[in-house]
Every structure is written in structure tokens, then in C-alpha cells.
Design a protein around this ligand. Structure first.
Ligand code: TMP
Length: 207
């Protein structure tokens, strides 16, 4: 039987993650794999409620450390309810964001100490890391102008350009430290080229 793989897609807003997730899932299905597609924060009832809480503009103040723990609370539920069961059934999992987003946004963006994220990641998923993480990379100018043309800005999208510069730098730093797990794709190219790069990457990297 083909080995189940866990693939995550990462990047700042407006880099085309949603269509890239569909591209990865289609490729896996075309190659005979059963696939679960999901996202973070989200993927479960609890996760979707956390998503609404942290993304919507509301009057609820959220301290950076509380934001970090909410992301991990949603993730703990997601792992228990969706990700681990799917992998145990032999299904591949394609997830729109995972713990690398926490390092990028709560670490890089909010400036929380990385050791706190290390501890929470160890507690919540231990050694379970993605087989492959595709980082769609583009400048915040490119990403945010696309995201803002698409819909009204959510709580994160309302952050300043410098916030996204820190998020992007944190992603690139993780990708260079963990080059075996990550692949960086230039998301400023047109969508057809980005998807062609993704398919070539999957063909080269997957067992
Ligand atoms: P999106 O995936 O639809 O772009 O929205 C999710 C938002 O949540 C995005 O702004 C990044 C943010 N986020 C974090 O800040 N930390 C996390 O751990 C995750 C998974 C997402």
C-alpha cells in the first residue's frame, strides 16, 4: 500500500494557499491515494469556533500568549479528531497551515519566545511533523494586495506590512533550517506556473 503522507501548505495571506491545497489533493488522488483535506485553525467544530474567535474583528482582547494557546488548543483537537485518525486509516492529509504558522505568526509576527512554541509543539504533537511543507513565498506587498482585493481584511490581515515582513522572514528562516522537510515555491508567479512547480515537487519528493 502507498504510504500515507502529511502535507502542509504555508505562507502569508494572498499567496494562493487555497488553490494550492486543491492542487496537492488532486495530484495525490490522481496518484491513487485517499486524501483528507483540512485547515488550521479549523478542521473540527472546536477549531472552527477558535478560528472565528481569532480571525473576526470583535471586542474580545486576545493577548499574544492566549492567541498562541488557542492555536494549539484547536490543533490538539484537530490532531485527535481528524489528522491522526486519517493517517491511521492510511489516508494522506493535506492541511492548510500547521505549527509552522504558529512559529511564523505568533513567533515572528507577535514576537513570542520560540521556546514557548517549542514546548507547546512538543506537548501537542511530539514527533508528528509533516512529511512535506510547501512554503508559498511572496512579498507582503504582493500577498496583501491580492488578499485585500478578495475580501475585507480579517484580524490578522489588518496588521501592518512590517508584521507580515516578520512573518515571512520567520517562515524563510524555518525553511532554510529544515530544508529536507520544506520546499519554497515562488508564489509571485502566475497560478498555472505555481501549480506546475507544486506538481513537479510532489513527483520528486514523495515516496
Ligand atoms: P488563512 O489560513 O485563511 O489565511 O487564515 C488563518 C489565519 O490564522 C492567518 O492569518 C494566519 C493565522 N494563524 C496563526 O496566526 N497561527 C497559527 O498557528 C495558524 C494555524 C494560523
Amino acid at each position: 500500500m502507498t504510504q500515507a503522507v502529511f502535507i502542509t501548505l504555508e505562507g502569508i495571506e494572498g499567496v494562493g494557499k487555497t488553490s494550492a491545497v486543491a492542487c496537492v489533493a488532486d495530484w495525490l488522488r490522481d496518484h491513487g491515494r485517499a486524501v483528507t483535506v483540512t485547515r488550521e485553525p479549523g478542521g473540527t467544530e472546536l477549531g472552527e469556533r477558535v478560528r472565528a474567535l481569532v480571525l473576526e474583528h470583535n471586542d474580545v482582547p486576545i493577548a499574544p500568549l492566549a492567541e498562541l494557546l488557542l492555536m494549539f488548543a484547536a490543533r490538539a483537537q484537530h490532531l485527535e479528531q481528524r489528522i491522526r485518525p486519517a493517517l491511521a486509516r492510511g489516508e494522506s492529509v493535506v492541511c492548510d497551515r500547521f505549527t509552522d504558522a504558529t512559529y511564523a505568526y505568533q513567533g515572528g509576527g507577535r514576537g513570542l519566545p520560540l521556546r514557548h512554541i517549542d514546548s507547546a509543539a512538543e506537548l501537542v504533537h511530539g514527533d508528528l511533523w509533516p512529511t512535506l511543507t510547501v512554503l508559498l513565498d511572496a512579498s507582503p506587498e504582493v500577498g496583501l494586495s491580492r488578499a485585500r482585493a478578495r475580501s475585507a481584511a480579517d484580524r490578522f490581515e489588518s496588521e501592518k506590512l512590517q508584521f507580515f515582513e516578520r512573518v515571512r522572514a520567520a517562515y524563510l528562516e524555518r525553511a532554510s533550517r529544515e530544508a529536507r522537510r520544506f520546499a519554497v515555491i515562488d508564489a509571485s508567479q502566475d497560478m498555472a506556473k505555481v501549480h506546475a512547480d507544486i506538481r513537479a515537487l510532489l513527483a520528486a519528493r514523495l515516496p
